[in-house]
Design a binder for this molecule. Structure first.
Ligand SMILES: CC(C)(COP(=O)(O)OP(=O)(O)OC[C@H]1O[C@@H](n2cnc3c(N)ncnc32)[C@H](O)[C@@H]1OP(=O)(O)O)[C@@H](O)C(=O)NCCC(=O)NCCS
Length: 222
């Protein structure tokens, strides 16, 4: 039996479990600037380690899972990188090897109410628009390394994978992510909005629902 080849990795490579602490640092530093972060990680300042650990768990799960391909791109290390994000970061060197949390671990940086509200709406949008699609999720670059083309190479690899597999690809993205995806040929289908007056601001968050249909598809937007 033969399988379609994977797209060329070029500067990218598959993530390994030992990358998890570094990925969690990058995710904390970068996702801090997504509007979803202040919506759900409301207590990040008080519990920065919990933010870090939740990304550790999320990415360790995807690396282990046969359902995902998790890719990383490396750049030369900027020793002043921690000053280039407003997120609260634990220095990399103090973080030990990933300790996979037990499922019942409660992380205190998030508001479960706000996180669940947005998750439910995003799940409904995925069900409505993304049946049979590949999904792209959690593309993030540390702010110290923004605008060097790293986000573009990660997303282009995902598009190439959709073309190899001849399937549509869906992504839910906000703000900067939406700009990146639309510039690479993803079409906007809808917006998902969550609103609540409870607690301190933000009282709403909006993310876009986007789809890439490759040139092979009758619905191709390219
Ligand atoms: C979106 C993101 C992944 C782009 O990474 P990147 O390595 O800077 O991407 P590139 O260098 O390939 O730039 C691609 C586009 O990203 C957007 N972008 C990157 N940095 C940006 C910034 N500081 N402000 C606004 N847009 C920005 C721009 O549209 C840029 O295109 P342009 O330079 O032609 O204007 C990165 O900004 C990030 O991690 N943001 C926070 C997390 C997030 O929102 N992720 C997407 C969620 S799905």
């Amino acid at each position: 039996m033969s399988f379609p080849i994977a797209p060329a990795f070029s500067a990218l490579r598959l993530a390994r479990l030992r990358d998890v602490p570094r990925i969690a640092t990058v995710a904390t530093a970068g996702f801090y600037y997504s509007p979803v972060f202040p919506w759900e990680s409301r207590f990040h300042r008080d519990f920065p380690t919990d933010t870090f650990q939740s990304y550790e768990k999320m990415f360790a799960d995807t690396i282990i899972s046969p359902d995902y391909a998790t890719l990383v791109v490396e750049d030369s290390y900027d020793p002043a990188e921690a000053e280039k994000t407003e997120a609260t970061i634990k220095p990399d060197e103090k973080i030990s090897a990933p300790k996979l949390q037990k499922p019942e671990t409660v992380l205190l940086d998030k508001s479960p109410f706000h996180a669940d509200m947005l998750d439910e709406k995003c799940d409904a949008a995925e069900e409505k628009y993304f049946e049979g699609h590949q999904l792209v999720d959690m593309v993030v670059v540390h702010p110290a390394y923004w605008r060097r083309g790293h986000g573009t190479s990660l997303v282009k690899w995902g598009k190439a994978l959709a073309d190899v597999d001849r399937v549509n690809q869906g992504v839910i993205a906000a703000d900067m992510g939406e700009k990146l995806y639309t510039s690479l040929g993803y079409g906007k289908l809808d917006d998902v909005r969550a609103v609540s007056e409870d607690g301190p601001p933000p009282h709403e968050v909006q993310v876009g629902v986007l789809r890439y249909s490759g040139p092979w598809s009758a619905r191709a937007e390219l």
